[in-house]
Design a binder for this molecule. Structure first.
Ligand code: DAH
Length: 352
């Protein structure tokens, strides 16, 4: 027998043997081992190929072609056998792991409203009674809406009041809900009574600051609006929200989008303005009897001008509160970081 015939016989024997073994494989891992034995890097087919060196120049390519044919045949036999074996293995597994649909499920526990949501709903409900309706706005704002249109031009020192997260040169994560005022002024016709709510972002984080928190913004635009309208509205809101008998006071302040501007204080709801409870100084208001809850003022004519609203034909007031701060005051929460933690032991206390 010539070298070539000898190798060809070996090759066809190998093929027959591999096909037989594969068809007799009892499981997919056993089948895989057979594949490795014949087709693996150090397998029997490789062994035969090593002997190709003994063949003549003409015989080599012919034999190489034969080897490839055997390889392809064995690979496709492997694939189809594997498919059959895997299916029957899966069938067996499914039959063995029968589901008991009568078993009780895992208890999921009853949820409760988050205090931030609770405050928002409460404020919306109170202000709704005065005719205000809810608005939202984008979390990513153009610099124009977050600053410029609110009379905070580039390089204005008031920009330092808010540590801004910049998205790019012209977009920011909104630092307050005041841009909602501009969206409303641009897209709606006065008279307007709106409250804007939602998340705001500032590059700030400690025991009393979160990088993401919530604000509520109120805006009233009508033909004649005065500071006393504002004071009356805020006073009504505070008594409805924190409880009857609480007083409010305005402290002169500065916001670029309002003129005049004021900071809003109300009687401390914990010590009821006495500065102490149970003979110890009140920790919430630091014994002052007053607590700051937000900012407000009459809408600056420059804001109206940016939004193309005619002034003084239309006038208005605006105010803004921090929601977490309202919840802290109302429920006596001591650490602002409890809000985003979503610990059910914290949240359950707000179940209604
Ligand atoms: N936007 C202000 C802030 O985030 C809060 C504020 C102050 C809103 C006065 C107002 C306002 O509408 O009139 O600090």
């Amino acid at each position: 027998m010539s070298q070539s015939e000898n190798l060809q016989t070996k090759l066809s024997e190998l093929k027959a043997q591999a096909l037989l073994k594969m068809s007799e494989a009892a499981s997919s891992p056993a089948l895989y081992n057979i594949k490795v034995e014949f087709l693996g890097k150090n397998g029997l087919l490789t062994e035969i190929m090593k002997e190709m060196g003994k063949l003549s120049k003409e015989e080599k390519p012919l034999f190489g072609k034969l080897v490839n044919e055997v390889k392809t045949a064995l690979e496709s036999k492997y694939d189809e056998t594997e498919l059959v074996l895997k299916k029957s293995e899966l069938d067996l597994k499914m039959a063995a792991e029968e589901l008991d649909l009568t078993l009780p499920g895992y208890p999921s526990g009853r949820g409760s409203e988050h205090p931030v949501g609770k405050v928002i709903h409460n404020i919306a409900q109170i202000m709704g009674r005065l005719g205000y309706s809810l608005r939202q706005g984008p979390l990513i704002e153009k610099d124009y809406y977050n600053f410029e249109a609110l009379n905070i031009p580039a390089d204005h020192p008031a920009r330092d009041m808010q540590d801004t997260f910049f998205i790019d040169k012209t977009h920011v994560l909104r630092t307050h809900t005041s841009p909602i005022q501009i969206h409303s002024l641009e897209s709606e016709t006065p008279p307007l009574k709106i409250i804007g709510v939602g998340s705001v972002f500032r590059c700030d984080s400690d025991i009393s600051h979160l990088p993401q928190f919530h604000q509520i913004e109120g805006m009233y635009v009508d033909r004649k609006v005065s500071m006393s309208d504002l004071k009356g509205t805020i006073g009504f809101f505070v008594r409805e929200f924190f409880g009857p008998g609480l007083k409010t006071r305005f402290r002169p302040s500065f916001f670029p989008f309002t003129e005049p501007s004021a900071e809003i204080d109300c009687t401390c709801p914990i010590c009821k303005g006495k500065g102490q409870s149970n003979n110890i100084g009140c920790s919430l208001c630091k014994s002052s009897g007053w607590i700051e809850i937000g900012g407000c003022g009459l809408i600056n004519p420059k804001v109206f001008a940016h939004a193309n609203v005619e002034y003084p034909k239309w006038q208005g007031f605006a105010f803004g509160f921090g929601i977490e701060r309202m919840a802290i005051i109302k429920y006596g929460i001591e650490d602002i970081r409890l809000f985003p933690e979503n610990d059910v032991r914290f949240l359950r206390q707000f179940e209604s």
